[in-house]
Design a protein around this ligand. Structure first.
Ligand SMILES: NC(=O)c1ccc[n+]([C@@H]2O[C@H](COP(=O)([O-])OP(=O)(O)OC[C@H]3O[C@@H](n4cnc5c(N)ncnc54)[C@H](OP(=O)(O)O)[C@@H]3O)[C@@H](O)[C@H]2O)c1
Length: 224
């Protein structure tokens, strides 16, 4: 798969490294060409060290070039820059599978009325899937992210079957398990969950402990 990444920071590096190792072709992009080139070089080195199946070097480009390059395009910039960056990426994003990993963080940054993912969909006309926003960047560097013997489950919210299929592949490439999180209208709940959990983690609470295991989650519709 050809993956364009809007962004060249920690998330672009962590996720891009995993996908380069899995044999995907990547282009990272940023407003600082030097940082984008450095991140691309890191991904290329990771692919070579892992003897990745296709051995393609990762490249660096502008936002517009990364948008045109990708079969799927990942939005991995700070939330406050997302509108400006997807506008700069231009019309290539129209109708394209997009994966939005952003979180609005900081006091008052989270908007309960509209998700960043829906905002990006409206601005671009792309098929947005919200994903990878629930865990810290270091989790996405784990090979694989497994806790207490269970692979990490990654919820996906989106409306387009093709985009969701690509997102599931990219989750599986990390050694994680994709979980259907509903349509794009539920991305605001996924973003709210991240905002809430980040608050707990910052306060030092064990956020994982707030949820019971499945047998204790109440009756299920398919149960007798
Ligand atoms: N870090 C985490 O643990 C984590 C986990 C889940 C989701 N996320 C989300 O993922 C996204 C990326 O996070 P990150 O950890 O990769 O952050 P990061 O390392 O700080 O990188 C941020 C990226 O956004 C770009 N950027 C910032 N302001 C910009 C602007 N005004 N115009 C254009 N580009 C701009 C930066 O470019 P420059 O290099 O030019 O500044 C850089 O490429 C954020 O929305 C974050 O909330 C982060």
């Amino acid at each position: 798969m050809r993956i364009g990444i809007l962004g060249a920071g920690g998330m672009a590096d962590a996720l891009g490294t995993q996908w380069a190792r899995a044999g995907h072709a990547l282009m990272v992009s940023g407003r600082d060409p030097g940082r984008a080139a450095a991140t691309a070089a890191t991904l290329t080195a990771a692919a070579r060290a892992a003897d990745a199946p296709h051995g393609l070097p990762a490249t660096a480009g502008t936002f517009e070039e990364a948008a045109a390059f990708g079969d799927v395009v990942v939005v991995a910039v700070l939330e406050e820059a997302a509108d400006q960056v997807v506008r700069a990426a231009g019309p290539a994003l129209r109708g394209k599978p997009l994966i939005d990993v952003t979180n609005a963080v900081g006091p008052g940054a989270y908007d309960v009325t509209r998700s960043v993912a829906e905002r990006i969909a409206a601005l671009t006309g792309g098929h947005v899937v919200k994903a990878f926003n629930l865990c810290h960047v270091d989790v996405w560097r784990m090979t694989p992210p497994v806790f207490d013997g269970r692979p990490l489950a990654v919820p996906l919210c989106g409306d387009d079957d093709h985009a969701l299929g690509l997102a599931r592949t990219l989750v599986t490439d990390l050694g994680c398990t994709p979980v259907h999180g509903g349509g794009l209208d539920r991305a605001k709940l996924l973003e709210a969950t991240a905002a809430f959990m980040i608050g707990l983690w910052i306060s030092g609470a064990d956020a994982q402990a707030v949820l019971p295991p499945l047998p204790h989650s109440g009756p299920h519709p398919d149960e007798p």
